[in-house]
Design a protein. Structure first.
Length: 187
């Protein structure tokens, strides 16, 4: 399994996959991809088997070599919402594999056409999490995941409400090790 993007959502996805694979005794290799070193470090602590900088030319080869088929990942979670991330997802997934995209894509032309999906026999899923429809039936797993994970590794900054604009700029520019900030109304 490959997770493209180790921001807050990607890191939570890694934690969920690690928890569920352990709970169900599934041997799952989780490969986390990002280009921000602090995010890759946190991905390892939350359960990623490997945390790799996707900008390195050897990363795609490593993914293929690490897969059981030798042809790519069975599952790819694209969490970034950028053209490059979607293109990378298509390159990472094996023929017959699944891409799930939860990144918000704010561009008109996708990096994967229906022909690409057809030729590689890819199953493609996208959309936001349907929380209300799954919360009641999966609440035990949700609490298990939250209890097993060190959420302090996600919240790297604590700010007051008046500092939110500056904190968002830090997050957006991936500066100062910002992963997610906790807004403290009493700060």
């Amino acid at each position: 399994m490959v997770v493209i993007g180790c921001g807050p959502v990607g890191l939570c996805a890694i934690s969920c996959a690690a928890y569920l694979s352990k709970k169900h005794s599934i041997d799952l290799c989780i490969i986390a991809l990002d280009s921000v070193p602090v995010r890759l470090q946190v991905a390892k602590t939350l359960g990623a088997s490997h945390a790799l900088d996707f900008t390195l030319s050897s990363t795609l080869d490593f993914i293929r070599e690490s897969s059981a088929s030798g042809a790519g990942a069975d599952y790819v979670l694209e969490i970034v919402g950028q053209k490059l991330a979607m293109k990378y997802a298509v390159n990472c997934v094996r023929p017959g594999g699944i891409i799930s995209s939860v990144g918000v894509h704010a561009y008109k032309e996708n990096q994967m056409s229906p022909i690409d999906a057809y030729d590689k026999n890819i199953t493609f899923r996208c959309g936001r999490c349907p929380v209300r429809s799954i919360l009641s039936s999966h609440s035990d797993d949700l609490f298990g995941i939250l209890n097993s994970m060190d959420t302090s590794s996600l919240f790297t900054h604590r700010v007051s409400l008046s500092q939110v604009e500056n904190a968002f700029a830090l997050f957006n520019e991936q500066k100062d090790g910002m992963i997610k900030c906790l807004i403290d109304f009493d700060f």
